[in-house]
Design a protein around this ligand. Structure first.
Ligand SMILES: Cc1cc2nc3c(=O)[nH]c(=O)nc-3n(C[C@H](O)[C@H](O)[C@H](O)COP(=O)(O)OP(=O)(O)OC[C@H]3O[C@@H](n4cnc5c(N)ncnc54)[C@H](O)[C@@H]3O)c2cc1C
Length: 360
């Protein structure tokens, strides 16, 4: 059967789009092809099962959360902002805010997924799960929307295979890599500190002639660093880069175990504590990146933004890309699901406008 609309990928962005387009009202047909047997696996994982759906505050402040991609996303974020997403959910699902992060009031990611699935079904979409698209020619539809996600957690179905298919038809792809991920350190000296966290430090990554900085909390792990500041900067890290931490604290403000470990490392050959080395390390404790954990919460890279019209999310005539599959990713705090919503709602506008033009 030929459909008017085919969405490839039944994750957050694909489901949001289908939940926004009522096919009954616009007298159209549509299908969602989902590779796995489970729709919305990453929604269920999000926010540790609580689903941090978006962030509070002015949408203007969102742009910087996406780094260089913020400029590209401006149109869709401004047109379909966080307040709109919250209002939409609150038709059925109250939300709450915790330190700026917005969650469903019951703190259950499954409530968000159920909200979407209910709308998708009542909007008349056909769902074909267990159907992995291997070539775009397989899809018999007037318009195709690619919502295939990134490359991390491939067991959820987001395995990056669609990026290869798009590359074959000439779409420019920015090499995808794991982001919002812990960083493993080469010759890590602090494994005994696993579980210790420090508030409000500055982490810097230096590599390929560029330096990136991020401030926030860090967590010591058994093989490196995690915590918001590290997760948020991880997309810039590559093996061999220099990573340094400025603790921005006086010695007595640091956790005792950490201070002791730093003190140990600043000992000279004769065993004496070198005061200058110690104070340098408090401002610039540096290491070499071993690797970035492949199980990042998002993917940095994907369909190059230069290929997409930011006002419509059109990639080629009748071919669109939304959500994590595009080369845009945000910091932690609900920015990634907001990006899924705003890009999906932008395509929904295009579909609804085209349908109403056809009818009149
Ligand atoms: C552990 C974890 C926690 C997270 N927490 C948060 C959070 O609290 N807040 C937040 O904003 N973001 C969070 N994120 C990120 C957010 O979940 C994702 O950015 C978002 O779900 C991406 O949605 P998507 O629809 O673009 O892609 P995905 O959710 O990855 O969905 C893509 C779908 O496409 C399907 N697919 C892929 N290829 C094909 C194909 N060829 N044919 C058919 N189907 C295909 C896949 O099976 C998958 O179901 C988290 C992510 C993880 C992993």
């Amino acid at each position: 059967m030929r459909y008017n609309y085919a969405i490839i990928g039944g994750g957050a962005s694909g489901l949001m789009l289908a939940a926004l387009v009522d096919l009954n009202k616009c007298k159209a047909t549509g299908v969602i092809y989902e590779a796995t047997s489970v729709l919305g696996s990453k929604i269920l994982m999000s926010g540790g099962g609580r689903c941090n759906i978006t962030h509070d505050g002015s949408i203007k402040d969102f742009l910087q959360a996406y780094g260089e991609a913020g400029k590209f996303l401006r149109k869709s974020l401004y047109k379909h902002n966080n307040l709109e997403l919250i209002r939409w959910l609150e038709q059925e699902l109250p939300t709450v805010s915790e330190e700026g992060r917005v969650f469903p009031a019951g703190f259950k990611a499954s409530d968000v997924l159920n909200f979407l699935l209910k709308k998708v079904k009542s909007n008349g979409w056909t769902i074909q799960s267990g159907c992995k698209i291997a070539r775009l020619e397989e899809v018999d539809a007037d318009d195709i929307i690619v919502a295939c996600g990134g490359i991390t957690y491939p067991e959820t179905g987001s395995d990056g295979s669609m990026l290869k298919i798009l590359a074959e038809i000439g779409v420019n792809i920015v090499e995808p890599r794991s982001a919002l991920a812990p960083i493993k350190i080469k010759d890590y000296p602090y494994s005994q500190l696993a579980g210790v966290s420090v508030k409000d430090v500055t982490v810097s990554i230096e590599g390929s002639g560029k330096t990136h900085r991020c401030s926030g909390d860090i967590l010591f792990t058994h093989n490196g660093f995690s915590g918001p500041a590290v997760l948020n900067i991880s997309k810039y890290a590559a093996p061999g880069d220099r990573i340094s931490i400025n603790y921005r604290k006086r010695p007595e403000e640091l956790p005792k175990r950490l201070y002791k470990a730093i003190e140990e490392r600043s000992r000279g050959a004769s065993g004496d504590i070198r005061t200058k080395a110690l104070s340098r390390m408090l401002e610039n404790d540096f290491f070499t990146v071993g690797s970035v954990d492949s199980r990042g919460m998002v993917t940095h890279g994907g369909v190059a933004l230069s290929e997409i019209n930011p006002a419509t999310m059109e990639l080629r005539p009748h071919l669109y890309a939304i959500g994590e599959v595009i080369d845009a990713d945000g910091i932690t705090g609900g920015y990634n699901l907001q990006m899924c919503y705003s890009t999906a709602a932008t395509v929904a506008d295009t579909i609804l406008k085209a349908r109403s033009e056809q009818e009149s």
